[in-house]
Design a binder for this molecule. Structure first.
Ligand SMILES: Cc1cc2nc3c(=O)[nH]c(=O)nc-3n(C[C@H](O)[C@H](O)[C@H](O)COP(=O)(O)OP(=O)(O)OC[C@H]3O[C@@H](n4cnc5c(N)ncnc54)[C@H](O)[C@@H]3O)c2cc1C
Length: 385
């Protein structure tokens, strides 16, 4: 079967699955800030979250273009993949840089969903985007590492068994390059929560299950180290392209949802004796957002093509994320404006989607940092920070 056929089939499966999770389901979760366990279980049972795990470890071994179609379809059907999208790609660090023993130990369980690996502890309150300035340390002590410090915005930590953790193993002033001396660990959270690790939820504008995580003399086995000590920053970077492309796919889905919802409403809603959609002032922002979303979708497709061919795709992954997050925001703006006052009513789902899609101009990387990347790496302009 060709990749195109697989994508068609997968889209149909996702559409049917999402039919069981209407707006009322998401509204209730949003109101309670509750985790959408039933939705995550349904995706797991359908094998969709294991699509990127190679077959030899129990996954489907599919290309990123298929994972991109899954997340896009989830979002264009009004659902939200944020509660579990990391289960798809966070394992990439383990897959690419872990030992065979670590892969065999964790990947089959992640593939069945028996093990959740969806906590990614990188961001810290003081370092912010300047990742090489993180202050969390992991100090070797015999057969263990002792971890001290704090992470912020560690999403889904309360719903994860495992965490990919970035910590400093050699002080910044003792390494030749600032990216050196950082290491990545796979932490079995079941062994350390309440025993060196404390998780505190952060209530946010959206229902995102995000948290602060504190490490107080947390002891983890030395075997939790992924790859070589001190090389962790590079390992994390190699996973970021997949993350950006998949988040961009969610934004395309959001954009399509907003455009369809706005167009449907504009055809139905009649004011001054005619459908509001007959007015160009209503049509044009929707049409423009549609054009922007389709253009961004082409960049997502190109980034997937390069990624799946094993070619460099840093610029395309970043541009895809930036363009898609801006297109979905423009579509959200057109949709809320088209709905007038009803855009603010919870039962239309527009205000919730509007809040949700805003995140992606900030996380996993903010737009300014993408522009800096393009300026420096594509245009050879001096580094600005
Ligand atoms: C809901 C949510 C979920 C998240 N989930 C995770 C997660 O699971 N794991 C994780 O590790 N992180 C996560 N993050 C963190 C996210 O990746 C960061 O918030 C994001 O990278 C921005 O970092 P910051 O918040 O520290 O902003 P800062 O680095 O403090 O930046 C603030 C603003 O200043 C701008 N800025 C900073 N430096 C420059 C510069 N040199 N030039 C121009 N502009 C600049 C930024 O673009 C930004 O707009 C999440 C964040 C949120 C809000």
């Amino acid at each position: 079967m060709s990749d195109e056929d697989i994508i068609g089939q997968v889209r149909e499966t996702v559409r049917q699955l999402c039919g069981g999770f209407p707006g009322s389901y998401w509204r209730e979760k949003d109101r309670e800030r509750a985790y959408p366990t039933e939705f995550v279980e349904a995706l797991t049972e359908a094998g969709l979250l294991a699509s990127l795990i190679p077959e030899e470890y129990g996954g489907a071994g599919l290309p990123l273009s298929v994972a991109s179609a899954i997340l896009e379809e989830i979002h264009s059907n009004g659902c939200n993949g944020a509660a579990c999208h990391a289960q798809m790609y966070t394992m990439g660090t383990l897959l690419r840089h872990g030992s065979e023993e670590q892969r065999k130990k964790y990947l089959p369980g992640i593939a069945t969903g028996e093990l959740r690996l969806q906590a990614f502890g990188v961001t810290e309150p003081t370092a912010g985007t300047d990742t090489t300035s993180i202050a969390t340390t992991a100090v070797r002590d015999g057969d263990e590492y002792v971890v001290n410090g704090q992470k912020v915005w560690t999403s889904r930590a309360e719903y994860s068994d495992l965490m990919i953790l970035l910590a400093r193993t050699t002080a910044k002033d003792k390494v030749a390059k600032r990216a050196d001396g950082l290491s990545v660990f796979i932490v079995d959270m079941r062994e350390v929560v309440g025993n060196g690790m404390t998780i505190r939820p952060i209530r946010t504008m959206i229902n995102h299950a995000t948290t602060e995580v504190f490490f107080d003399n947390m002891r983890i086995p030395a075997s939790a180290l992924i790859g070589e000590e001190g090389k962790g920053f590079r390992y994390i970077l190699t996973g970021m392209n997949a993350e950006r492309i998949l988040i961009a796919s969610e934004c395309i889905g959001d954009g399509d949802w907003f455009i369809k919802t706005a167009s449907d409403y504009a055809r139905e809603r009649s004011v001054f004796g005619r459908p509001i959609g007959q007015n160009q002032g209503i049509q044009f922002p929707i049409a423009r957002a549609h054009a922007e979303t389709r253009a961004a979708a082409l960049m997502v497709k190109e980034a997937c093509r390069l990624y799946d061919a094993g070619k460099p795709c840093g610029a395309e992954a970043n541009m895809a994320k930036m363009l898609a997050s801006e297109a979905s925001w423009a579509a959200g703006e057109a949709c809320i404006q088209t709905h007038g006052g009803f855009g603010f009513a919870e039962e239309y789902d527009v205000e919730r989607k509007f809040r949700e899609t805003r995140l992606y101009q900030i996380a996993p990387i903010s737009t300014n940092l993408i522009l800096s990347f393009i300026a420096e790496h594509e245009l050879e302009l001096p580094r600005s920070y």
